[in-house]
Design a protein around this ligand. Structure first.
Ligand SMILES: *Cc1c(COP(=O)(O)O)cnc(C)c1O
Length: 222
């Protein structure tokens, strides 16, 4: 069995240099995170605000924490002081709250808009139509403590690789459409967060710049 360090080294050596690895450490103990850290990994993804708050307290301060799960508005305050990126913005109300909490700690928080594309896996995220509407309206530009950096999605949980490929491809087309037609400052809209343990090679083929990999690094979650 390869160690956590070996898996981190293998994955980082095999992904293109323009793709960053988010090591998804939700439900994993802090010693596993330190193992990955000692292999040079600095970006970690978590999906529960209180768990993340404790890990942030205990672990090295140069870790870049990314929030990747559904975030309830009343939990934003726990992570706003330190979070490096929120991948999972799934409502306007959440964006409003992130802006408010970021302002309180005098930060600007990079965010991604979550697109709902998979058939049934999650109820969270904007549909592609809602996403276009969201960017076209430009109301989000009032939020001075947020930088919207790109899109995030999860593909269907299926063996059907063609379907997975088509889902990533259609979100990538949506990303390009928004970047080229609806986003004023194009150099700021650069991030495509898709790809997990089972589908990240397909995601990279379809434009991913951030892969979120958990079980392939740390094993099954306890
Ligand atoms: C848990 C999780 C992952 C990682 O999943 P693995 O299959 O363990 O790689 C990626 N993205 C999100 C949003 C998750 O919740």
């Amino acid at each position: 069995m390869p160690t956590i360090q070996e898996r981190i080294k293998h994955i980082t050596a095999t992904i293109p240099t323009n793709v960053r690895l988010v090591a998804v450490s939700k439900y994993q103990p802090e010693e596993y995170i330190l193992d990955a850290y000692s292999a040079g990994q600095r970006i970690f993804g978590e999906s529960h605000a209180q768990e993340l708050r404790l890990k942030h307290e205990h672990l090295p301060k140069d870790i870049e924490w990314h929030f990747i799960g559904h975030l309830q508005t009343n939990k934003v305050k726990y992570i706003a002081p330190f979070i490096a990126m929120i991948h999972s913005v799934d409502s306007f109300r959440l964006l409003e709250e992130i802006n408010k909490q970021a302002a309180k700690t005098q930060r600007t928080i990079p965010c991604l808009i979550q697109v709902h594309i998979a058939q049934e896996e999650t109820k969270f995220g904007f549909t592609p139509e809602e996403c276009v509407e969201f960017f076209a309206q430009k109301e989000w530009q009032q939020f001075k403590h947020i930088k919207i950096k790109g899109l995030m999605c999860m593909a269907s949980n299926t063996e059907d690789e063609d379907r997975i490929k088509n889902e990533f491809r259609s979100v990538h087309e949506l990303f390009l459409h928004i970047k080229n037609n609806l986003f004023d400052d194009k150099d700021d809209f650069t991030e495509c967060s898709w790809g997990m343990s089972d589908d990240y090679p397909i995601a990279i083929d379809e434009g991913s710049t951030l892969v979120r990999i958990g079980s392939l690094i740390f094993g099954e979650r306890g």
